[in-house]
Design a protein around this ligand. Structure first.
Ligand SMILES: [Zn+2]
Length: 397
């Protein structure tokens, strides 16, 4: 199994100049290899193969000190990248696609990655503790990296990536398939929450938080967005303001991903069966359940309360949480079951009595048996039960 990790690099000014030069050289190599293929085909009907081009790299390096300074394996990867573009092109022709899209020359803005294999010419210095570590690239040196997650497995490739003014290294690490975790005998249900202070609640009554709200708050986002709207399009200030907005987004999303990785790890380590509700087809939204206001009408429901950005932050969070649980459960031999959440919030988890008026905001009070509980916990217990029923049915079949 291959797992990828993306870390921010912090190159010195000199290293950054080298990184820029490397991408320029590799782009030139890519475009030259494309030119070669085009020319040989148009003039001589010869199909130049990746093998031929790869073999020429040695000469190119010998004749040209600009190319000698970078990793030979990374240059091979660049030629291979062009070959992949051609393979995709041939596949589209074969499939009779209308637009076959012949591989194109890359402009500087469209060429932002350089794949390095972790052989000679590139090295990852894995840190035993999460801290500042380094990635080595031939021609660039040891570049500082902010490692915020543990890297598991053997690092196979280090990909340099430029995003605007930022530099990242993307690691692909090969991992032995994890042995199934020992059984715990425990099961848990998860109810996706509609409130702002939680993303979800478990049948154990625990809250899964939403760091997107806690830390890089929407207030900060609104602030930078307002600043952006006050600048003139295409001006220098506009560009800077736009960078600040995407910076806040990035921060929110990074904090949340880290947190949700930890939460999903804990759940998968502790429970054999994890049941959550199904998100709808788009995978990102959840229907809000109308709540009675106790006077014959309905409270303004979650769907109306969370509009725009708030809504999208919550929605994305749910999607990521469930995706993380699913991936970790799969590799650990745990069961992850998703169920239809209909009526789970208004059904009593003790006696099964279903009535909309059972739920009143955060409070659940069964009008039949008097069972009193936190509304989210009650719903999570119902979700767990629905999942276990599904599981039993599947085992019986
Ligand atoms: Zn009841």
């Amino acid at each position: 199994m291959i797992r990828t990790y993306k870390f921010r690099m912090d190159p010195t000014a000199k290293q950054e100049a080298s990184l820029v030069a490397m991408l320029d050289d590799f782009r030139f190599l890519y475009n030259a290899a494309l030119e070669d293929r085009k020319y040989m085909w148009e003039r001589h009907r010869i199909n130049v193969t990746v093998r031929t081009q790869d073999a020429q790299l040695k000469e190119i390096r010998a004749d040209n000190p600009d190319y000698e300074r970078w990793s030979a394996a990374a240059e091979s990867q660049t030629v291979l990248r062009l070959d992949k573009a051609f393979q995709a092109f041939f596949r589209r022709i074969k499939a009779g696609a209308k637009r076959v899209g012949y591989p194109r020359y890359k402009a500087a803005t469209r060429f932002n990655t350089a794949v390095h294999r972790a052989v000679t010419g590139a090295k990852w210095d894995s840190a035993p503790h999460l801290t500042q570590t380094r990635a080595y690239f031939k021609g660039v040196g040891h570049v500082k990296v902010k490692q915020h997650r543990h890297v598991v497995g053997l690092v196979k490739t280090l990909t340099i990536k430029r995003e605007g003014r930022r530099w990242y290294v993307i690691l692909a690490a090969e991992q032995e398939l994890q042995a199934p975790l020992p059984k715990t005998g425990a099961t848990i249900g998860i109810d996706l929450a509609t409130g702002h202070n939680g993303l979800a609640y478990t049948s154990q009554g625990e809250r899964i938080g939403n760091p997107a709200y806690r830390k890089a708050s929407p207030g900060k986002l609104a602030e930078v967005q307002q600043a952006l709207s006050r600048t003139k399009q295409r001006s220098n200030r506009h560009r800077k303001a736009r960078e600040r907005v995407s910076g806040v987004y990035r921060k929110i999303s990074n904090q949340r991903r880290d947190y949700l990785h930890k939460v999903s790890r804990q759940l998968v380590d502790s429970y054999d069966v994890i049941v959550a509700e199904e998100l709808n087809i788009a995978g990102m939204t959840r229907r809000a359940v109308p709540r009675p206001d106790g006077a014959g009408g309905y409270q303004p429901n979650g769907g109306n309360a969370k509009k725009g950005l708030n809504r999208s932050i919550l929605d994305a969070g749910w999607g990521i949480l469930l995706e993380f649980i699913r991936a970790k459960a799969e590799s650990a031999g745990r069961q992850f079951i998703q169920v239809n959440p209909a009526y789970t919030s208004q059904t009593c988890s003790e006696c099964g009595h279903r009535e909309a008026a059972n739920r009143n905001g955060k409070e659940f009070l069964c009008l039949s048996c008097g069972h009193r509980a936190d509304a989210d916990k009650n719903a999570a217990v119902n979700i767990l039960r629905a999942g276990l029923v599904l599981r039993e049915a599947a085992q019986a079949a």
